[in-house]
Write a protein that binds this ligand. Structure first.
Ligand code: PLP
Length: 378
């Protein structure tokens, strides 16, 4: 029986093997193993890609979020105990960053259609203690529109993008700040280059982007023991620097981002055209194609049949995954968190299933998987 892996990371890097090897060798021979030209190149590439004026390479996506929040605390823009709104169905890292900074996660529900938070769902949990919103572009779909931008402005909220899943996504909202890419829509953004992301390192890596020079400087210092210059420790910082070998891997792979995102888009559209099983709800395609980079292609299986659906697909050799099975407030580490009713986030978490969509899955595979799915009897 043919196997359709959910994701084979070896295949993801196979096409770039020679370039990756040469880039790694360049770093090894350079004798420079912290910072240096590869990190600079990656940061410049992230500025070009996002349109943000500054980029700071860091250790991973969680640290990127932590550094942004700690940066705003050092700048006096946030204070311990302030509320930060985030969607309840995000990856746990979004919430962990808020808690780690001594801030209070305020969970918002999400739209059934986009699975992202909206101005309305943010407004529903907003109060005077809330000082910021982390909007998560879940699965690679932009979670930003004029209503959300206006709300943030009206309430004086910091708008932070969790762009971990959305590198290269472009908002169709024009004329707000002049910049339209994920990473330049809000006040600051966090990226992750975890190996499974659309641009993955060969280990952990991340990046902060912002057009705020002060924040960029504070984040850079915080990531380097809180020292803006050598042995001058202005803040009680961390060691969250980007490894230059990973930076070199990312410089190679970033050059192919548009191509890779285009292939994912093609596959997502193909799934949407071919799947016609009435027990399933397909993801909607945004009016502007570029708003979505399809980090995940996520179906919904209603009536409590999700796990059975996954089992039936596994029997036919199709690997699937769930991103994510539990919303933040149902994780054991957050049982003490007070929160509003979050019915849509809870429902989505019980219904969602992610299908194979990476470069290891060909368009022929997509056709075959779609046929298998259409023949599943639930
Ligand atoms: C992957 C991810 C993170 C964390 O990134 P790491 O590099 O794994 O620390 C944060 N938020 C979201 C939405 C993610 O998908």
């Amino acid at each position: 029986m043919k196997k359709y892996d959910f994701l084979d990371l070896g295949l993801v890097n196979k096409d770039y093997m020679d370039a990756l090897s040469h880039a790694a060798e360049r770093v090894i021979r350079s004798g420079r193993y912290i910072g240096g030209t590869e990190v600079d190149k990656l940061e410049k590439a992230m500025c070009r890609l996002t349109g943000a004026r500054y980029a700071v390479g860091v250790s991973n996506g969680l640290d990127a979020l932590r550094l942004i929040l700690r940066g705003y605390i050092e700048m006096g823009r946030l204070a311990q105990g302030d509320g930060i709104i985030l969607p309840a169905n995000t990856y746990i890292a979004t919430a962990l960053a808020v808690s780690d900074a001594g801030l209070r996660p305020v969970l918002a529900d999400v739209s059934e259609e986009t699975m992202n938070l909206t101005a309305d769902s943010v407004a529903a949990v907003l109060d005077d203690e809330v000082k910021g919103v982390i909007t998560v572009h879940l699965y690679g779909r932009i979670a930003y529109d004029k209503a959300l931008a206006d709300l943030a402005k009206e309430w004086g909220l910091l708008l932070i993008e969790d762009s971990a899943q959305a590198i290269g996504a472009i908002s169709s909202v024009a004329g707000l700040s002049g910049e339209t890419h994920a990473g330049a829509l809000g006040d600051a953004a966090a990226f992750s280059f975890y190996p499974t992301k659309n641009v993955g390192a060969l280990g952990d890596a991340g990046c902060v982007t912002t057009s705020d020079e002060e924040l960029a400087n504070v984040v850079r210092a915080l990531a380097n023991y809180g020292a803006p210059s050598r042995y001058h420790n202005l803040y009680k910082g961390f060691n969250c620097r980007l490894d230059p070998i990973q930076a070199a891997m990312l410089v190679v792979k970033l050059a192919y981002l548009e191509k890779e995102n285009g292939l994912r888009r093609e596959k997502a559209h193909l799934y949407n055209n071919l799947i016609n099983n009435s027990r399933l709800i397909k993801p909607t395609i945004p009016a502007s194609d570029e708003e979505h980079i399809w980090h995940q292609y996520v179906l919904r299986v209603a009536d409590g049949k999700r796990d059975e659906f996954r089992r039936l697909l596994a029997e036919k050799g199709v690997g699937t995954d769930v991103h994510y099975a539990k919303p933040v407030h149902l994780q054991p580490c957050y049982t003490d968190l007070t929160h509003a009713e979050l019915p849509m986030a809870e429902r989505l978490c019980s219904e969602i299933v992610s299908l194979p969509i990476s470069c290891g899955t060909s368009t022929d595979d997509i056709s075959e998987i779609s046929e298998i799915i259409n023949n599943v009897r639930l």
